[in-house]
Structure formats: structure tokens, C-alpha cells
Write a protein that binds this ligand. Structure first.
Ligand code: DGT
Ligand code: CA
Ligand code: CA
Length: 554
């Protein structure tokens, strides 16, 4: 509705629908239940008008106004709006002037140079559209780990309650914690596979059964992704887990090592002739191959087998080693909760410290703070620190790096804050040299302790800006600026590969959540997973340190 109304140039309503949609999407309770209790209008952002629409949808499965609007502009909104920089108003112009309804139409018109002549488009926009199409196509069919993991964990829990299940584990790319997932894989050990498969294919949420057998079944969930389930005997659980965790490339290298030793390795075990010499646990298998145990996050055929052979594997940072969070927002800018509320939540999950880093001045949509407000916030934080025990709240800011590399808050103010991070939030399309210079300059500001989401990429949405990362790493070491691994499932920036390069250049990382509300603290595990995939150890991460040590070093 928001998109369609915006196309019709309706004022205010699109924003209202968008806000309501965002709230509804993350409701903990089923909206039908809320409707039955007559409490729709208690949902934040849902007024009388939108409540009526929700009621209409629950009763009839349709919304008349939506159908009507859709007829006026029958385009594939979902895919067209997925293209970075293409908003509803532009999509309407493309439809009215060129009859573009979907990605294929769009591609054809862009390739033949038809778009550049439209008012307000130009050749550059046309090029960007073509890039955007390619990007959307490439990411099709894969899903964010952050989207899959909660759903698949719930299924794992349900299956685990069946009495026939002796052992269970997630496998495949979900277990390796890749940022995007093709399908989810689950492995079970049991002597009664049939009962498990019967249950699996009939679970609520299953919309398609691709196959059902004794050892393997495959389904699609209403969320749109597929789940493969394999059931094996307990005695080969370890070898099956190793096999189905992958990656394929890692397995190929591992089998090669087995062959060198005159063994045979498959999902049933490691064999010497006909004799099985390891199969119960993964550890047994790696050990018999004279390798140190390799954590799933490292199994990408990126040198981990060589390192395991030479006892040179990193001792990966653990999922419980982060002491403090160095990036979060409150209702002073675009966050949801007050400082006190979010601070208490951080304390409850065991954080020793939390930096409040609200947006600043020039980021108007995010309700950015100016210098005066920042200092007022600092005072407020001092008061809160007196009230709270066991956690220290740091006053900070997420300042904007302007296109010339200066910051949008003066140095004098910044020097009064405890912890300043800086990020690029505008003018993404600069040349590589300019963008690199821009960030280098920000790092040279001695108040800046961390560069937030350093490459600016959004998974499946936009590529990072052009950047000479080598130079960024060198300057980060020189100026003692940490680089962030932002834990948002769509960001995970730095990514695994860049984190690994950064670490080997001697750069320190900050793994933080960028929480805009309390549930976002849960994202931390995705940031840590990405760091582990980047071979990060505890010592590489500044917020594994106690507050005193961290502040002394940075
Ligand atoms: P995905 O689903 O695209 O995110 O990636 P994976 O790694 O989960 O791949 P998937 O689901 O096709 O298979 C899960 C694992 O099972 C894979 O990592 C390795 C193993 N595997 C599956 N099929 C084969 C195969 O044909 N050959 C080998 N060597 N391994 C396989
Ligand atoms: Ca998979
Ligand atoms: Ca699979």
C-alpha cells in the first residue's frame, strides 16, 4: 500500500503504511489474535484507517483499495523496488512512459538506451539500473542467515522433542554461518527414520514436499526457503555431520588427504579397507587424518586444512567473549528505547559497557543530534551511570563522515565524549581514490575510535563503495582506529574475507550490534560468526577487553 500510494502522489499516507508495516512485521503475537481481542489500534502506528484495512484483509483475504491501486499500475513492485535507487515514483514513470512492468522489461529498455531520455533519469541512472538488475538476479534464491536461523532453530527444537531423535544438528551453510543460505540442512541420528520423516513433512508451515524418503526428505517452508533433513544411524553421525556440513570444497580436500593416507572417507565413516576407523564424532575423523579440529565457520577451503596440519589454526573468538557493545542507538535519534531502558537490557545480558552512539546532525531522517544535544545527552548518561551497577554507559556518537572527510560535529565537542565512531551515510558513489581519502581523513581525527560498517555494503541490495582497503588498513593501524564488524544480518560489514585481511594487516576490530532497539542485541552472534569466518581471535577484537584496558588502548 505504501508503495502504491506513493506512486499516486498521495501525501503522508505512504509513510504511515510503511511505519505500520514495519511494526506488524516484527510483532510477537499473531495479528489475527490481536484483531480478535479488538486491540489493533494499540499497535504503534496503526490508526483507525489502517486497522480497518487489516480487518478487511483478515475477513476477506483482500483489500479493495489495494486491488484498485494495483490495477492502475500493474507492475512487479517487489522486484523493481529491490533495485537500489529505484523508488515508487520512478517506477511509475517507467511504467507510464515505457510500459515497464518487470525486471526483464527494465533491462531491455536500459540496454537500448531508452531510459536516459526520461525526465530526471539520465545516463548514469540507466547504468546504475543495469548494475542493480544484475545484483538482484545474483542474490535471488539465497536468504539471509539472520532470517533463516531463528526459523530453523525452532524446527530443530521441535524435532529434538521427538523421542525417536537420538542426536540432532544443523549442518550445511547454516552451521558454517555463511551470511546467505541456499537451503537449510538438518541431520538426525535415529533408528526410526520413518516416524521422523512423517512428522517433518507435516509440520505446520510446510507448503511443498519435494521428496520424502527413509534417509532424506526435502520441503519448502512458507517463509520461502527449503529444508533438507537427513537421518542416519548413530554410529555414523560424526562422519555424516562432517559430510553434510561441507563446504563441498573443504570436503574434497579432506577426501584427498584420506586418499593420501590410503583411507576412504564418506558420509558413513573413515575406512581403512573395510574397517571403519572413525565415524562417531567429527573430532575422531579430523584426528585420524592427523588434523587439528576445524571449526565449521572455517571450512571453506581457504587454507584451513593446511593450517590444521601444521597446528597453525587460530583459536577463534568465542560466542561469549564480547564484554561491551560499542554501537547502539536510543530514542535521542532513531532508536526505539530510552538510554536507561536499553542500558538495563545490556546489563541484563551481561555487557560490562555500552557506548551510546546516536546519529548526528546532518543525518536528518535519523533525527540526528547537534553538538548541544550531544552534550546534554552526555549529562543524562552521567546521571544514569550513577543509578546503574555492573555496567558503564559511555557517551558517544556515530558521526557522519562528510564527502571531504571532515565530520559533522566539531572536534571540541567530540573530545568531550567517551567513545566516538564515524561512518559514511551519504554520497556513496565517489571514485575509489576520493572515497579512500575521505575515510582516511576521518581516521586521522583523533576523536574517532571506530569506523562503522566500513564498506557500506548491504547484502542483496548494494555493493560496498569503492575503497582501497589496503590503505584503510594501514591507516587504521597507524591511527589506532578499529574497524567495525557491524552485526546487522544485512550488513555484516566488514565481511569475513575483509576481516581476515584486516587482521593480518594488524588491524583491531570492534564487533558491535548497531542496535536500534533491544531485540537487536541478539544480532551480536552474527557479527561474531562473521569474525570467526574471518579467522578472528579474541586478541583481535577491542570489545573483548575490559573497559579499562579498552579505553587505555584506544
Ligand atoms: P547452500 O545451501 O548453497 O547455502 O550451501 P551448502 O553448503 O549448505 O550446500 P548444500 O545444501 O548443497 O549441501 C550441504 C552440504 O552437503 C555441502 O556443504 C556438502 C555436502 N554435499 C551435498 N551434496 C554434495 C555432493 O554432491 N558432493 C559433495 N562432496 N558434498 C556434498
Ligand atoms: Ca544448504
Ligand atoms: Ca541442502
Amino acid at each position: 500500500m505504501a508503495f502504491l500510494l506513493e506512486m499516486e502522489d498521495v501525501q503522508f499516507k505512504p509513510k504511515a503504511y510503511q511505519k505500520a508495516a514495519q511494526t506488524i512485521a516484527v510483532l510477537a503475537t499473531d495479528i489475527e489474535k490481536i484483531y480478535q481481542e479488538n486491540k489493533l489500534e494499540q499497535i504503534p502506528g496503526v490508526g483507525e484507517g489502517i486497522a480497518k484495512k487489516i480487518e478487511e484483509f483478515i475477513k476477506t483475504g483482500k483489500i479493495k483499495e489495494y486491488e484498485k491501486l494495483k490495477k492502475q499500475c500493474p507492475v512487479d513492485l517487489e522486484n523493481l523496488t529491490a533495485i537500489e535507487g529505484l523508488g515508487p515514483k520512478m517506477i511509475k514513470i517507467l511504467f507510464k512512459k515505457l510500459g515497464i512492468k518487470n525486471l526483464n522489461d527494465l533491462e531491455k529498455k536500459a540496454q537500448t538506451g531508452k531510459i536516459r531520455n526520461l525526465d530526471g533519469f539520465g545516463e548514469k541512472t540507466e547504468q546504475n539500473i543495469l548494475k542493480g538488475i544484475e545484483f538482484v538476479r545474483k542474490s535471488k534464491g539465497r536468504f539471509l542467515l539472520g532470517f533463516i536461523l531463528p526459523v530453523i532453530k525452532e524446527i530443530e527444537n521441535k524435532l529434538n522433542k521427538l523421542k525417536e531423535v537420538e542426536q540432532i544438528s544443523l549442518a550445511g551453510s547454516v552451521r558454517r554461518k555463511k551470511e546467505t543460505i541456499g537451503d537449510a540442512d538438518i541431520l538426525i541420528a535415529s533408528t526410526e527414520p520413518k516416524k521422523i520423516m512423517d512428522y517433518f513433512v507435516k509440520m505446520p508451515g510446510v507448503i511443498k514436499i519435494w521428496g520424502k524418503g527413509k534417509t532424506k526428505s526435502s520441503i519448502r517452508l512458507s517463509e520461502g526457503f527449503d529444508v533438507d533433513l537427513r537421518v542416519v544411524e548413530k554410529k555414523s553421525f560424526g562422519s555424516a555431520l562432517q559430510y553434510f556440513t561441507g563446504s563441498r570444497e573443504h570436503n574434497i580436500l579432506l577426501r584427498r588427504i584420506a586418499i593420501e593416507k590410503k583411507y576412504k572417507l564418506n558420509e558413513y565413516g573413515l575406512f581403512q579397507g573395510k574397517k571403519c576407523i572413525a565415524s562417531k564424532t567429527e573430532k575422531d575423523i579430523y584426528k585420524k587424518l592427523e588434523l587439528d579440529y576445524i571449526e565449521p565457520e572455517l571450512r571453506e577451503a581457504n587454507g584451513e586444512i593446511e593450517a590444521a596440519k601444521n597446528k597453525k589454526l587460530p583459536k577463534l573468538i568465542g560466542y561469549n567473549e564480547i564484554q561491551g557493545d560499542l554501537h547502539c542507538h536510543t530514542d535521542w535519534s532513531d532508536g526505539k528505547e530510552s538510554i536507561l531502558t536499553i542500558a538495563k537490557a545490556a546489563q541484563k545480558i551481561g555487557r560490562q559497557y555500552l557506548a551510546i552512539t546516536d546519529h548526528t546532525g546532518s543525518l536528518k531522517i535519523a533525527g540526528g543530534l547537534d553538538a548541544k544535544k550531544l552534550l546534554r545527552q552526555k549529562k543524562e548518561i552521567e546521571k544514569i551511570n550513577c543509578k546503574l551497577k555492573g555496567i558503564k554507559i559511555l557517551s558517544g556518537a556515530e558521526v557522519n563522515i562528510k564527502s571531504n572527510g571532515t565530520l559533522d560535529i566539531n572536534d571540541q565537542t567530540l573530545s568531550k565524549l567517551d567513545f566516538v565512531i564515524a561512518g559514511v551515510h551519504s554520497h556513496f558513489k565517489m571514485s575509489k581514490d576520493e572515497m579512500t581519502e575521505r575515510i582516511l581523513r576521518a581516521m586521522r581525527n583523533k576523536n574517532v575510535k571506530v569506523i562503522a560498517h566500513p564498506t557500506g555494503r548491504i547484502i542483496q541490495k548494494r555493493e560496498g563503495y569503492l575503497l582501497d582497503l589496503e590503505k584503510i588498513f594501514q591507516e587504521a593501524v597507524k591511527t589506532k582506529t578499529a574497524l567495525e564488524i557491524n552485526s546487522w544480518p544485512q550488513r555484516l560489514d566488514l565481511n569475513d574475507e575483509n576481516a581476515r585481511k584486516a587482521i593480518s594487516a594488524g588491524v583491531k576490530l570492534s564487533i558491535s550490534t548497531d542496535a536500534h532497539s533491544i531485540p537487536h542485541f541478539d544480532f551480536l552472534k552474527f557479527g561474531i560468526a562473521q569474525a570467526r569466518r574471518g579467522w578472528a581471535e579474541r586478541k583481535d577484537v577491542i570489545n573483548c577487553l575490559s573497559l579499562e584496558k579498552m579505553m587505555k588502548k584506544f
